[in-house]
Write a protein that binds this ligand. Sequence first.
Ligand SMILES: C[S@@+](CC[C@H](N)C(=O)[O-])C[C@H]1O[C@@H](n2cnc3c(N)ncnc32)[C@H](O)[C@@H]1O
Length: 214
Amino acid sequence: MTEDEARAWLKAQFDVPRETWDRLKRYVAILLSAMDEQNLIAESTRPHIWARHIVDSAQLLLLARDAGDGEWVDLGSGAGLPGIVVACLSERPVVMIETRRKRIDFLNDVIAQLGLRHARVFGGRVESAAPMHAAVISARAYAPLPKLFASALHLSDKNSLWVLPKGRNAQNELEAARPAWQGMFHVEPSVTDAESAIIVAQAVMPTGKKKGRS
Ligand SMILES: C[S@@+](CC[C@H](N)C(=O)[O-])C[C@H]1O[C@@H](n2cnc3c(N)ncnc32)[C@H](O)[C@@H]1O
């Protein structure tokens, strides 16, 4: 997907009013300029930021269309991927969880500059966030599945929809997690890379447990 194709995809998939479009463009500009001070995205992806990061994040919204009302919780948000992109493209409240100080400051700065009043940052470890009933949980390049589920189970209930971009190893990672984790799982192809996939899960709980949090 070229950068032009990425922007065209966004326009085709989302009703992108001018204000939203401006926000996305400002986010990209802020992110690129902050790259002088901290490594927020891989240097090699800088020329492909719309395809590799913005569309890659935005596609999760399509997979979460049927989620119930409530907060979208993004684990290990880093530069705000996908959390900031989700907050730009939807009105759902977004909580980004990030532990590194410079990244927390960056995220709060982006929220303020873009006026994203429905987004907030929890600055700390996922494991130490207060229990929640998230409607959607995303995690991009955060942790392998077993650690991901174990660290964030207290943020979920049986209705929470997990949308987890997992690159080219998604199916294998899912099979490896199966003995310890049960739920309804399926794997969706990524629009940005034909060989990458996104794990979508619901009612996730450790195997052997009969009931999740309701
Ligand atoms: C590889 S980066 C990915 C960032 C972003 N999601 C992306 O796709 O570009 C992983 C991020 O997760 C954060 N992180 C790792 N473990 C964490 C934890 N237990 N709690 C909160 N944040 C964590 C790191 O500080 C880092 O910013």
